[in-house]
Design a protein around this ligand. Structure first.
Ligand SMILES: Cc1cc2nc3c(=O)[nH]c(=O)nc-3n(C[C@H](O)[C@H](O)[C@H](O)COP(=O)(O)O)c2cc1C
Length: 159
């Protein structure tokens, strides 16, 4: 296989950016993620690629749930804060205030565009990221300004 061509095409798959949060057993994790797609209408399912050696994967596994917080197109600065592990300080993560989600109590950020709350229903564990399949239980917020697209940031994740 030509590695350069593979990388080029895999990076052409369009993605947006989100902050995925999960809390379990008093531990809270939050990561910027991009490998997200809808995977079923009924029930509404998402598939998310989550790095297996991350604290976020640990938390999602323990909680069997997470919140996907949607970033607006002007929120690149927020995405950047969650590329590395951050611990909560009071009701803030990386300086962003959060409140618990309605059903599963994972962090949601009133300052972001909105969120979907998800319960894990399956996991495909075949690579350095696990494909986590989750059902959307709740959705809140508005996305007036449009999503933060990875292609608009100059960053890459994939290939
Ligand atoms: C542009 C970009 C996109 C990313 N997308 C993902 C992703 O889809 N899934 C993932 O697990 N990590 C992704 N990451 C890496 C996580 O942000 C990073 O591993 C995480 O914040 C580590 O924190 P943690 O150990 O607290 O989970 C991405 C990083 C960058 C720079």
């Amino acid at each position: 296989m030509n590695e350069e061509i593979k990388k080029k095409f895999l990076r052409m798959i369009p993605h947006a950016l989100y902050v995925l949060t999960s809390q379990a057993g008093g531990k809270t994790a939050a990561s910027t993620v991009s490998w997200v797609t809808q995977a079923s209408f009924q029930p509404p399912l998402l598939a998310v690629g989550i790095k297996k050696d991350s604290r976020t994967f640990e938390a999602v596994n323990a909680a069997q749930g997470f919140v996907l917080n949607f970033l607006g197109k002007e929120q690149k600065d927020i995405a950047q804060k969650f590329f590395k592990h951050v611990d909560p300080e009071g009701n803030q993560l990386a300086g962003e205030a959060f409140v618990p989600s309605p059903q599963l109590k994972h962090p949601t950020f009133p300052g972001m565009a909105g969120f979907v709350e998800c319960r894990v229903v399956g996991l495909v564990d075949k690579g350095d990221h696990a494909v986590v399949v989750a059902e959307v239980l709740e959705a809140q917020g508005g996305l007036a300004e449009g999503p933060l697209l990875l292609s608009s940031t100059g960053w890459n994740y994939g290939g």
